[in-house]
Unconditional design. Structure first.
Length: 304
C-alpha cells in the first residue's frame, strides 16, 4: 500500500520538475520566469481544447498518445521510489522497463510518420538513430549496476541497500554511472545541448517536430508522457546521488524529491550556459556516453 501511495504522489508531482528547469533558466538571465505550476496549467488548457486530426492520419495517430502514456506509467511501477519496494519487482525487470520505453518510442515514431509530413518524418529519423545509441548506454549502465550489486533488478541496485553498495563497492563507478545517466536524461528528454525544447524551427527540432500535428488532450498526453520520462531518469539520478536510508519512509521520500529538484536545477543551469549542438555533434555525445559506460563495465571486472 505504501508503494502505491508513493507512486501516485510522485506521478502527480511529475509536471513540477520541468517547470523548475524553466524557472532556473529564466532566473539565470534576470527574468522572473513562469510559475512552478505552469505545466499543470498547460495540461488543463490542453484538456479543454478540441481534437483536430489531419485527413492523412489513421487510428495509429489517434491511439498513440494513450499507448505512450500507459507505457510510461507501467515503467514507473517498477521504479523503487525513495528506495522503497516498487509496486512490481522481479529479476531482470530493468529489461522490461527499457523495452517499455522502446515501445512508447515505437508508437511515437509511427504517430509522426502517420501524418505524412516530411518534417515529422525527419524528426522521427533523428529520434530513432539517437535512441538506438542511448539505449545501448542505458543497458551498459544497468549491467554495471547488476555486476557490482549482484542483484539483477531495479530494486536491487536502486533500493536502499543496493544504491549504498554501489558507492561502497567502488564510488568511481557510481560517479561514472551518474554521468552516463545524466547524458541519457538529456537525450531522452530532448534537452540542450542535444535538442532545444524552446525552438520551433523544423530543421533543428527532434522531439518537438514529431508532435506538431497533435492537439488538445492528445498533446496533453504527449507532454505528460515526457514529464514521466524525466521523472524516471531523474529518479535514477536522485537515488544514485542520495543513496540514503533513515528507516523513515517519509524522510527518505523527502530526500528523493529534493534529489529530483537538484537534478532539474542542474539541467536548468546547463541549458542556461550551453547552446544546441550541431547534429553531427549529437552522435559524438551519444557515443561518448556509451564509451564511458563500457569502460566502467570493463574496469569493474576485477571488483568484488
Amino acid at each position: 500500500m505504501e508503494s502505491i501511495i508513493y507512486y501516485i504522489l510522485t506521478v502527480s508531482l511529475a509536471p513540477l520538475f520541468p517547470a523548475v528547469i524553466d524557472k532556473i533558466k529564466a532566473v539565470s538571465v534576470g527574468k522572473k520566469g513562469p510559475s512552478l505550476f505552469i505545466k499543470y496549467y498547460d495540461l488543463i488548457r490542453f484538456l479543454k481544447k478540441e481534437l483536430v486530426y489531419s485527413k492523412s492520419t489513421t487510428w495509429i495517430f489517434r491511439f498513440a498518445p494513450l499507448i505512450i502514456i500507459i507505457t510510461y506509467l507501467l515503467a514507473l511501477l517498477f521504479f523503487p521510489i525513495a528506495g522503497e519496494k516498487p509496486v512490481i519487482s522481479f529479476n531482470y525487470d530493468f529489461i522490461v522497463v527499457v523495452y517499455l520505453f522502446a515501445l512508447s518510442r515505437f508508437f511515437l515514431l509511427l504517430s509522426s510518420l502517420n501524418t505524412a509530413s516530411s518534417f515529422e518524418g525527419m524528426g522521427a529519423s533523428r529520434e530513432a538513430f539517437m535512441s538506438f545509441l542511448a539505449e545501448g548506454s542505458l543497458f551498459m549502465t544497468f549491467i554495471l549496476a547488476v555486476k557490482l550489486t549482484g542483484v539483477p533488478s531495479l530494486m536491487g541496485f536502486l533500493g536502499n541497500i543496493g544504491a549504498q553498495i554501489l558507492w561502497h563497492q567502488a564510488g568511481i563507478f557510481a560517479i561514472m554511472s551518474i554521468i552516463v545517466i545524466f547524458m541519457i536524461l538529456i537525450v531522452e528528454n530532448a534537452r540542450k545541448p542535444i535538442d532545444d525544447p524552446d525552438t520551433h524551427l523544423e530543421l533543428t527540432m527532434i522531439h518537438e517536430v514529431m508532435i506538431l500535428d497533435n492537439s488538445g488532450p492528445d498533446l496533453g498526453l504527449m507532454e505528460f508522457g515526457s514529464f514521466l520520462k524525466f521523472l524516471f531518469f531523474g529518479g535514477v539520478l536522485s537515488r544514485l546521488i542520495f543513496p540514503v536510508d533513515y528507516n523513515i519512509g517519509a524522510l527518505n521520500y523527502l530526500i528523493f524529491i529534493v534529489g529530483l529538484f537538484i537534478v532539474a536545477s542542474a539541467l536548468g543551469l546547463l541549458e542556461s550556459i550551453s547552446v544546441r549542438y550541431k547534429l553531427p555533434r549529437n552522435t559524438t555525445f551519444l557515443i561518448s556516453s556509451f564509451a564511458i559506460a563500457t569502460l566502467a563495465l570493463i574496469f569493474s571486472i576485477g571488483v568484488k
